[in-house]
Every structure is written in structure tokens, then in C-alpha cells.
Design a protein around this ligand. Structure first.
Ligand SMILES: Nc1ncnc2c1ncn2[C@@H]1O[C@H](COP(=O)(O)OP(=O)(O)OP(=O)(O)O)[C@@H](O)[C@H]1O
Ligand SMILES: [Mg+2]
Length: 288
């Protein structure tokens, strides 16, 4: 830089120009920051409004299911009792009439199990989750004892890995494994003894990665999301009994634990259900 250039740079007009440019840029930056803050505040407001409305609709759905299920039980019980009375009061009923009454009573039993499952589903709320240190080994052992008759009858084998301790709601974890293991046994191939692998490992990110793997009839993966919805069934109720609530309960439980559940399968090739649960929860119950 020569002397002339230096003196031009130092002249008050140029200095003022530099300052003016700086101030203009600063003002622009400040305006952008104010705008951004406003957008952020609007966005936060929108998210909290949406969350509140979602919570309200979840709550009213649960309330509805609870009340409806309760109020449905009484008339159902009555229909069943009246059916029984009709049978015993009219000894001379022909086979067709008896068959009709029997089918009506069977339908009430099916309806009762829908109601029981719906009640269980509606009672499963996030607020009622109590996270404590949970021993999955003990829970699975108990489930296998409860399912002993079913396992023996199907000549099934269940292999279980050793599970590390996690922070979870033991009641819900029991329900989760019970539904997955029951499905693995239920959706078996007609002439193949079921073999089920239940494995677990702690991932690098500290999450527990659980797999329940079977060698059963499997299903087309295009239905992999649908089966987690309420009342969705892929296989006929004449061959496989059920209400289609089990996996919706699993999904709800996994959501409460801030984890996720997915499945891989193809027809005739068995199914692998994968559940990922955080080993630790933010909000531990006093009991743990
Ligand atoms: N291990 C599995 N192998 C093949 N299909 C499965 C398996 N688990 C679930 N499914 C399919 O997903 C559907 C939904 O399962 P879900 O457990 O929710 O209901 P369900 O077993 O029919 O009734 P329930 O409410 O008594 O459990 C089942 O009807 C079945 O078609
Ligand atoms: Mg099921």
C-alpha cells in the first residue's frame, strides 16, 4: 500500500463509510436474529399446542375404551346367562335351536375376551408406568412356566439368552414378552415343532436390543406396520384364535419405555420381532 492509498483509507469519509457498512450489516443480522427468535417461539408454541391436543385425544380415547368396556360387560353377561337358562328351561329344544344358543354363547365368550384385552389396552397409560430395576430373566422364566402346557402340547423349544438388568416397568415387560412368545408359539407351522430364540444384547449406545425369533408361518412384510394396529389380524380366526390386540399392547408398552419395535418376516420363513429399549430411564420410581 502506498502513501496515497493509506491517506485515502484514513480519510474520515472512508472511515465513516466502513462504520456505516458495519452498522448496516449488524442491523441486518440483528433483524434476522429477531425474526428467527420469533419463528422459533411460534414453532415451540405450535408443538406444545399439538402435543397437548394429542395428549387430550389419547386420554379421551383411553377414557372411552375404559367406560365402553365396563358398560359393555353387564349386558354381555346377561345374554350369556339367559342363553344358559333357555337351554335348561326348554329341555325339548331341537338340535338346531341348541346349536344356535351354543353359538350365541361362544360369541359372548369371544366378545368378553375382546373387552378384557381392550380394558388392558386402555389401562396401559404412560403415567402409570413405574420404572424400576427389572430382571427380565426372572420374568421370562415365569412366563415359560405359565405357558408350559402350550409349549409341551406343541413340542416346542424355547432358547433364552441371559438378560442384563434394565430400568423398566416389570408388569409391562411381562406383558410384552408374554404376547411375543405366545405369538411365536401360536403362529407355528402345522407340521413343524416351534423353535423360538429369545436373545438380548446391550448396544454401543446403551440400549437393550431384544430379538424374539420363530420358525413359524411368517407373513408378508408389507403388513409389518399394520399388525401393530388395534384389531389387525393377518390370519383367519378359525385357524388361529385371537383378538388382534396383543401387538398393539406391545407397541404401547415399548412407546412408554421410549423404545421401538419392528419385525422382519416373509411367508413360511418365520418372524423376527426386534425390540429396542433404553437400559436406563430418566424418571425412575421411588421403589427401585
Ligand atoms: N410370530 C408371528 N408369526 C406370524 N404372524 C404373526 C406373528 N405375530 C403376529 N402375527 C400376525 O399379526 C397379527 C396381530 O398379532 P396380535 O398379537 O396383535 O393379535 P392376535 O395374536 O391375533 O390376537 P391376540 O390379541 O390374542 O394377541 C396376528 O393376527 C398374526 O396375523
Ligand atoms: Mg397375539
Amino acid at each position: 500500500m502506498n502513501d496515497k492509498e493509506i491517506s485515502e483509507r484514513l480519510n474520515p469519509e472512508s472511515i465513516m463509510q466502513v462504520f456505516a457498512n458495519r452498522i448496516e450489516a449488524e442491523l441486518e443480522r440483528h433483524q434476522m436474529a429477531v425474526k428467527l427468535d420469533k419463528h422459533l417461539a411460534d414453532l415451540e408454541k405450535l408443538v406444545s399446542e399439538r402435543t397437548a391436543s394429542l395428549e387430550r385425544s389419547n386420554q379421551s380415547l383411553s377414557d372411552f375404551a375404559f367406560i365402553a368396556s365396563h358398560d359393555l360387560q353387564e349386558p354381555l353377561r346377561k345374554v350369556n346367562i339367559l342363553g344358559g337358562m333357555l337351554k335348561s328351561l326348554n329341555k325339548g329344544l331341537n338340535d338346531k335351536s341348541l346349536d344356535c344358543i351354543e353359538r350365541m354363547q361362544n360369541a359372548t365368550v369371544r366378545m368378553q375376551s375382546y373387552i378384557d384385552d381392550l380394558l388392558m389396552f386402555s389401562r396401559l397409560t404412560a403415567e402409570d408406568s413405574h420404572f424400576v430395576k427389572t430382571d427380565c430373566n426372572k420374568i421370562i422364566k415365569e412366563i415359560l412356566l405359565d405357558l408350559e402346557a402350550k409349549i409341551n402340547e406343541s413340542r416346542g423349544t424355547i432358547h433364552v439368552d441371559k438378560f442384563p438388568e434394565i430400568e423398566a416397568d416389570p408388569f409391562q415387560i411381562r406383558q410384552l414378552f408374554l404376547n411375543l412368545i405366545s405369538n411365536a408359539l401360536k403362529y407355528r407351522k402345522e407340521d413343524v415343532a416351534p423353535v423360538v430364540y429369545i436373545s438380548s444384547q446391550i448396544n454401543n449406545d446403551g440400549n437393550m436390543d431384544i430379538k424374539v425369533e420363530d420358525n413359524g408361518i411368517g407373513f408378508d412384510e408389507k403388513y409389518k406396520d399394520r399388525i401393530f394396529l388395534l384389531f389387525q389380524r393377518l390370519h383367519g380366526k378359525s385357524s388361529y384364535e385371537g383378538t388382534g390386540i396383543g401387538l398393539s399392547i406391545c407397541k404401547r408398552i415399548v412407546d412408554h419405555h421410549h423404545g421401538f419395535i419392528t419385525v422382519n418376516s416373509s411367508p413360511g420363513e418365520g418372524a423376527v420381532f426386534r425390540v429396542v429399549l433404553p437400559a436406563k430411564q430418566n424418571r425412575l420410581s421411588a421403589k427401585s
